[in-house]
Design a binder for this molecule. Structure first.
Ligand code: RIB
Length: 295
């Protein structure tokens, strides 16, 4: 089978991760018990997830001209992500995410740095790779006008787009409609689309609900794919794994339900290791997991 071409347009961050026994409240200092710096950023994570599952993955994004940027570029190259569309920004810091982990849950602050330089002009310079893609993946850690521009470009060019609206930012109804699929979690879905999304958007929504699985509309009826019963170590990057895997499956021609099921299993594997990218499965590991666990 020809490898699908997945283009991810999004953020690259260095994740500064501290594990604690409690989240600090305002004005409080708590002692952490473990610290690590690991590659992250929703764009980079989704690119790694898709590459590990066998797609040809192009990433369009930016790093700063600092040590974190160099580490992120090497990590992506090691994961076989095609990096010719990631250019460093001079005199700028690479994006960072400060992550506090407690009780298998997280709180995250993202400082975008160089990610703010993924502008419309930058997209135009790298438009060729978008136009040869089987599918495009977007998230919301780059400027909103860029996201709206890519949605319009892909819509006009007939290229399917999965938009993961995380972190949640409002777009115009017209922009949401240009996405092929929208993949919020439950909180993002409520914030952005309310309890009763318009009927135009309802069929685009694929809502990830953590251990409860995934819900989506197809041909007018609500469907649910159950979550897997696994013990989570770190849920950071679960949504990114889901999006990367779903994009690969859709680009390979799987049905929507089959693509969601495949992605749901990939996310279940991803949360069993530390770090956003630590547990993202290879194709072989994912297929083995599915074979071993599906009767
Ligand atoms: O989705 C997880 C990611 O969100 C982290 O890797 C962090 O960089 C933030 O972008």
């Amino acid at each position: 089978m020809k490898k699908p071409i997945v283009t991810v347009i999004g953020s690259l961050n260095m994740d500064l991760v501290t594990q604690t026994n409690s989240f600090p409240v305002q004005g409080e200092t708590v002692i952490g018990n473990h610290f690590m710096t690991v590659p992250g950023g929703k764009g980079a994570n989704q690119a790694v997830a898709a590459a590990r599952l066998g797609a040809d993955v192009h990433l369009i994004g930016r790093v700063g001209d600092d040590a974190f940027g160099e580490v992120l570029l090497k990590n992506l190259t090691d994961n076989r992500v095609i990096m010719s569309n990631v250019e460093p920004v001079t005199d700028c810091a690479t994006g960072v995410a400060t992550i506090i982990l407690h009780d298998h849950d997280n709180r995250i602050i993202v400082t975008p740095g160089a990610n703010n330089y993924v502008t419309k002009e930058y997209i135009l310079q790298h438009e060729n790779v978008i136009l040869i893609s089987d599918i495009v993946l977007l998230q919301m850690e780059i400027p909103l006008p860029t996201i709206e521009f890519v949605l319009e470009l892909c819509d006009t060019s007939g290229i399917p787009v999965v938009l993961n609206p995380a972190p949640a930012h409002q777009l115009s109804e017209e922009s949401w409609q240009r996405a092929t699929y929208l993949t919020p979690n439950e909180t993002e879905k409520e914030l952005l689309f309310g309890k009763e999304p318009s009927r135009y958007l309802r069929e685009k929504l694929i809502v990830t609900e953590g251990k409860h699985g995934v819900s989506f509309f197809e041909s007018g009826s609500l469907n649910r794919i159950d979550g897997w019963s696994v013990t989570p170590v770190d849920t950071t990057g679960a949504g990114d794994t889901f999006n990367g895997a779903m994009a690969v499956a859709l680009a390979e021609g799987k049905s929507l339900a089959a693509a969601i099921s495949f992605a749901n299993a990939a996310a279940a594997l991803s949360i069993q290791k530390l770090g956003a990218q630590g547990g993202m499965p290879t194709r072989q590991a994912l297929e083995q997991f599915i074979t071993d666990n599906c009767p």
